[in-house]
Design a protein around this ligand. Structure first.
Ligand code: TRP
Length: 358
């Protein structure tokens, strides 16, 4: 059982690069499964870190499932008042970024609406030990970050639920950040143990592979931690150009006048240069040279301008979609219907190999 959480990040990166090449060559072999918690609107860290990557895979023609993990929200916070609104906003950002639910290859749905998926949690829970759940590093970090004094059992078991999220549709590629690797490793273990125990002759589940994003983690405007709405250091995709300008004005830089590309010693400046680079396609080094002794003021005005013009089409599509809530509902209802077909077929197979057919 010790294979869980073993294996280095470097090895995962190497496997990811190979997978990436094969995905491009043979998109039909793969089913991409990704998910987000509906905790609020998305920010540019989400866009550059994961959304654009999903759009790219989607455009290769890969069958894509995008799951909205509404049950997971309950693991680390008390608030649930905004979940429905957050699901809507998340869907709007997916569509505005270029995910096209009309192509017949994309399924967007909240997992709370797919009972057959949730039922897979029960057999899966019997395939892992308490000790394994206890040592999941991402869960430990989340418990700490949320400052929880009483930890609900959903917090410990959500990685098993996540295995159901991924395996119900037999997803075999999961684009993830580093923090999700332990969950994916657990999903692979559950798939393997299920097959070994119940389906020795013919495997029911694939062992899904992680696809690590090449985009660097986007730091918040404070330059010291990951961008996140709750840390108050994020530019939301829905922000107006003026709000964006005001946020960037407050961004942290340093006391050196001349702008240089030096990610190790000048992380705040490097982060702003990275954001200009992501919105213009220019190399950070070239941008730094161009700004030179224009200093922090020039750096910020250039970022404001390039980010606002880069985001303008997303924001325009976002506003259009926001004015059309019926369409968003229709997309989600269709997604649920489609997801349920896959989940029911998988649950049927699972019952069959577990000798629970009546
Ligand atoms: N745990 C993921 C996060 O916090 C969300 C998630 C839920 C997910 N189910 C998933 C991600 C399935 C990928 C696949 O971001």
């Amino acid at each position: 059982m010790d294979e869980i959480y073993a294996g280095s990040y470097e090895a995962a990166l190497e496997r990811s690069a190979k997978l990436e090449a094969d995905l491009t060559a043979n998109p039909g072999k793969y089913r991409v499964m990704t998910g987000d918690r509906p905790t609020g609107k998305l920010h540019i860290g989400h866009l550059f870190g994961s959304l654009l990557n999903r759009v790219r895979l989607h455009r290769l023609g890969v069958h894509t499932f995008i799951l909205i993990a509404d049950y997971q929200v309950l693991t680390d916070r008390d608030t649930f008042e905004n979940i429905a609104e957050n699901i809507k906003q998340l869907t709007i950002d997916y569509l505005a970024a270029g995910i096209d639910p009309e192509d017949g290859k994309t399924v967007i749905f909240p997992h709370s609406h797919v009972p057959e998926l949730n039922q897979l949690l029960l057999p899966f829970l019997t395939l892992v030990t308490n000790a394994e759940l206890d040592r999941n590093p991402t869960v430990k970090e989340e418990i700490q970050a949320a400052g929880l004094s009483r930890i609900n059992a959903g917090m410990y078991t959500y990685p098993v639920h996540q295995a159901a999220d991924i395996l119900f549709c037999k997803g075999n590629v999961v684009p993830v950040g580093k923090d999700q690797l332990p969950h994916l490793e657990l999903t692979r273990t559950i798939a393997r143990r299920f097959n070994e125990r119940f389906a020795a002759k013919k495997a029911v589940f694939p062992e899904p592979q992680p696809l690590l994003s090449k985009t660097p983690v986007v730091l918040g405007l404070d330059g010291s931690q990951k961008m996140s709405k709750s840390r108050n250091n994020a530019v939301m995709l829905s922000a107006t150009p003026d709000e964006t300008a005001a946020l960037i004005k407050r961004a942290k830089t340093d006391s050196e006048r001349v702008i240089t590309w030096d990610p190790v010693n000048r992380p705040e400046v490097a982060n702003l240069l990275t954001l200009i680079s992501l919105s213009t396609g220019k190399e950070p080094q070239a941008i730094a040279d161009e700004i030179g002794d224009g200093g922090g003021g020039k750096l910020k005005s250039m970022l404001t301008e390039s980010l606002n013009s880069y985001l303008a089409p997303h924001r325009a599509r976002r506003a259009e979609l926001e004015a059309n809530p019926d369409y968003i509902h229709a997309v989600l209802r269709k997604g649920v219907e489609e997801a349920r077909k896959f989940a029911a077929a998988t649950l049927d197979e699972v019952r069959d190999v577990m000798n629970m057919k009546i």
